[in-house]
Design a protein around this ligand. Structure first.
Ligand code: ADP
Ligand code: ZN
Length: 214
């Protein structure tokens, strides 16, 4: 199945799409992860992307589209893929649609991971990640009293773009550029709303049910 995960920053689409991709045995493709990997390794792409990401702005469409289409050409995508954080603009969605059509494919389902807007800033500003095992945690939800990874014991870090000023910019960017994709995919008859559910496990169960898995 060819899947897209839509949702505001902090909606939980990263966690959801990772679990779904694993269950369905399809690659999980996150543009945010690809950019962060390149930033960490100081590649040319990373340097360019970071100019935008550090300000909470979107990386330009042309660059982003070429990264994703290159990735989708790889062999492991032939039985499906879960796109997380792409497309994020109408031009990206149109470019993806054209690319897929040229390869005889289409999007089967665009999952709109809904979230209660009030909790987003709190959730993002309390988010931490583990540089060692790559886990994502929430200081309050995971009841952490110190910034230490509960899985492997490494020191937890905060994403630079999870600082409050940048969070607000990302949310604005979401409403302006990304939210219109909900209607775009609805008009293609592939949109499925996943209503806001408190608690990651229950939320994941709801998504799997929508997809008819388990
Ligand atoms: P989140 O959904 O929590 O904001 P992501 O990891 O998906 O986090 O994205 C982090 C940042 O990477 C975004 O704020 C944006 O700057 C950049 N980015 C990711 N995906 C795209 C995309 N499809 N188009 C443009 N910029 C992107
Ligand atoms: Zn860890």
């Amino acid at each position: 199945m060819n899947l897209i995960f839509l949702g505001a920053p902090g909606a939980g689409k990263g966690t959801q799409s990772t679990v779904v991709a694993e269950k369905m045995n399809i690659p999980h493709i996150s543009t945010g992860d690809i950019f962060r990997y390149n930033i960490k390794n100081q590649t040319e792409l990373g340097k360019k992307a970071n100019e935008y990401i550090s300000k909470g702005e979107l990386v330009p469409d042309e660059l982003t589209v070429s990264i994703v289409t290159d990735r989708l050409m790889q062999d492991d995508c032939k039985n499906g893929f879960a796109l997380d954080g792409f497309p994020r603009t109408i031009p990206q969605a149109e470019a993806l649609e054209k690319f897929l059509a040229e390869h005889g494919k289409k999007i089967d389902n665009a999952l709109n991971i809904q979230v209660d807007e009030n909790i987003l800033v709190e959730r993002l500003s309390n988010r931490r990640f583990c540089p060692k095992c790559n886990g994502t945690f929430h200081m309050i939800e995971n009841k952490l009293t110190e910034e230490i990874c509960p899985v492997c014991g490494a020191e937890l870090k905060q994403r630079d773009d999870d600082k409050e000023e940048v969070i607000l910019q990302r949310l604005q960017e979401y409403h302006k550029s990304t939210e219109p994709l909900i209607d775009f995919y609805r008009s293609r008859n592939v949109l499925t709303d996943v209503p806001p559910i408190i608690g990651m496990e229950k939320a994941i169960a709801a998504t799997l049910k929508v997809l008819g898995i388990e």
